[in-house]
Design a protein around this ligand. Structure first.
Ligand SMILES: C[S@@+](CC[C@H](N)C(=O)[O-])C[C@H]1O[C@@H](n2cnc3c(N)ncnc32)[C@H](O)[C@@H]1O
Length: 270
């Protein structure tokens, strides 16, 4: 659980917090997380009085920020999305994509927003993965301290095409859930998701750790669900999560499982 701290004003005036890393990105790479957010937390976006959303670290091309904007504005037409990049050249490359409601600026984890406004949602995807594990907790805290009341941070990792993705959802009090999502048509088994764990967990997938127990149990449940596989991978995945739900704090329901997702309470693995 986090204690709320004042934002790091002194740092804001100096230079962005963080370091330039590889800018790899792709069209629709973050479609799974965006759709999940709208299905699960669309109400937060619709209810917020100031629908401000920040995408931190959008990469060499702003494509996933543009897509986020287009998806969110269907649910909330007056949404404002700000894409932040620590690399000025990537900001310059994004400026032609600006339009009403969509802005790009240079900035880091201190989230330098005009008027020091607080975002309802911060998405940080494939950013912390390139940092040392020791920087995860302080960065989470810095980002969560900036959230608007009821706001959320979604921090995660995925493969280049977004077919395997894992993300942690946090609120002002700290991490709440871990979501794993896969394109089921190409999923070999749940263990494939382990390669895309967020930085906070990737080095902990070793015997004795809870995240490792989750994947071991998921592999067993996947094997037991092989008979359902004759109807397709979707049925096999749904049966697998159904089995796991009797032993793990699975928080979502079959409608999300059918999308190739599962969300579990952070306490179970964190
Ligand atoms: C691998 S790209 C991810 C692009 C996109 N989010 C995606 O998932 O496809 C990571 C980007 O994060 C940027 N970055 C790293 N640390 C940052 C920070 N502290 N603040 C803002 N951007 C950062 C890097 O410069 C890089 O362009």
């Amino acid at each position: 659980m986090y204690e709320r701290r004042p934002p790091p004003r002194a740092a804001v005036a100096r230079r962005p917090v963080g370091a330039i890393t590889r800018g790899t990105t792709n069209h629709n790479r973050l479609r799974r997380v965006d759709r999940w957010f709208l299905a699960t937390y669309g109400g937060v976006l619709r209810a917020g009085s100031d629908p401000l959303v920040v995408d931190v670290g959008y990469g060499a091309s702003p494509v996933t920020t543009v897509e986020l904007f287009e998806r969110l504005r269907v649910a909330r037409p007056d949404v404002r999305v700000v894409g932040l990049e620590i690399d000025q050249a990537r900001v310059d490359a994004a400026l032609p994509y600006q339009r009403d409601g969509l802005r790009f600026a240079r900035g880091g984890f201190e989230l330098p927003l005009p008027g020091r406004r607080s975002p309802l949602l911060v998405r940080a995807f494939n950013v912390l993965r390139q940092y040392p594990e020791s920087e995860v907790a302080p960065t989470w805290r810095m980002l969560c301290d900036r959230l608007a009341p009821g706001g959320l941070l979604v921090e995660g990792t995925c493969d280049e095409l977004g077919r395997l993705a894992c993300w942690v959802t946090l609120d002002a009090a700290g991490p709440r859930t871990l979501t794993m999502a896969a394109r089921l048509a190409s999923l070999s088994s749940p263990a494939a998701l382990a390669e895309r764990l967020p930085k906070a967990l990737i080095h902990r997938n070793v015997p004795g750790e809870r995240i490792n127990a989750w994947f071991a149990d998921a592999e067993r449940a996947w094997a037991l669900s092989a008979p359902e596989g004759v109807f397709g991978r979707r049925q096999r995945w749904t049966a697998t999560i159904g089995r796991l739900a009797s032993r793990w704090p699975v928080l979502d329901r079959a409608d999300r499982w059918r999308q190739g997702e599962v969300t579990i309470a952070w306490e179970a693995v964190g």
